[in-house]
Design a protein around this ligand. Structure first.
Ligand code: DX5
Ligand code: ZN
Length: 219
């Protein structure tokens, strides 16, 4: 099943509760929560108090994307915030395998994200341990950037690596996704679609409906 995960980074924070309710009502299955520490990425977003509020506002699966250095320090914190899926970057973990294991032990699904310059092959030794692979299609840090098209080949490589190892992780793609390019992303093998500006800029309900039509067509 193809899933839409709207990114709250592009929400209107003055009307956060309202917009979250609209997104959930329009059929968003997941809500994507981008945590940035100003170290791993140049930007700082938000932390636990805001994430706890998001948890209380919607019943969607909370899909937390950590763009922070050494995320292993904060696994229990994000569990307490109500994360269902916790995704860490390969580039920010000294001990990726043990971090994945700790996320699962804490009772969350474990995702691993790859920056645009990181090849799928770094996942060779953990592909059977991860619940989700997140292919970044922009350099992480900001919403509203342009889709980097080499992500399409990387999605195919992740899919091939998974198949070769009899693994079946979800493949999530994040950055610059619009109703124009989402079809290509799905055809390459992704099944979880993050969209921030393309969902929250303009009419949220109509934007989600337009994405959902394509997600259903491509199943
Ligand atoms: C970028 C974040 C994304 C971002 C996507 O670092 O990980 O989740 O919010 O925003 P758009 O869809 O506008 O590129
Ligand atoms: Zn993200």
């Amino acid at each position: 099943m193809n899933i839409l995960s709207p990114s709250v980074l592009s929400i209107d924070f003055n009307h956060m509760g309202e917009e979250l309710a609209i997104a959930e009502g329009a059929g968003a299955e997941y809500i994507h929560v981008d945590v940035m520490d100003g170290m791993f990425v140049p930007n700082i977003s938000f932390g636990p108090p805001v994430i706890k509020y998001i948890r209380s506002a919607v019943n969607c699966v909370m899909d937390v994307h950590l763009m922070i250095e050494e995320p292993s320090r904060y696994i229990s914190v994000f569990k307490e915030c109500g994360a269902d899926i916790l995704t860490v970057h390969t580039e920010s973990c000294k001990h990726l395998h043990s971090t994945i294991m700790a996320i699962k032990k804490a009772g969350m699904k474990a995702g691993v994200a790859l920056n645009p310059a990181t090849p799928a092959s770094v996942l060779e030794c953990v592909i059977n341990d991860v619940d989700m692979v997140l292919v970044m299609s922009v350099n992480p840090g900001f919403g509203g950037q342009k889709f980097i098209s080499s992500a399409l080949e990387k999605i195919r490589n992740v899919k091939a690596l998974a198949e070769a190892n009899n693994a079946d992780p979800d493949i999530e793609v994040d950055g610059g996704i619009t109703t124009e390019n989402v079809g290509q992303v799905l055809k390459a093998g992704a099944n979880v679609i993050v969209a921030g500006s393309a969902v929250f800029n303009g009419n949220i309900k109509e934007n989600i409906a337009a994405f959902q039509r394509i997600l259903r067509e491509c199943e």
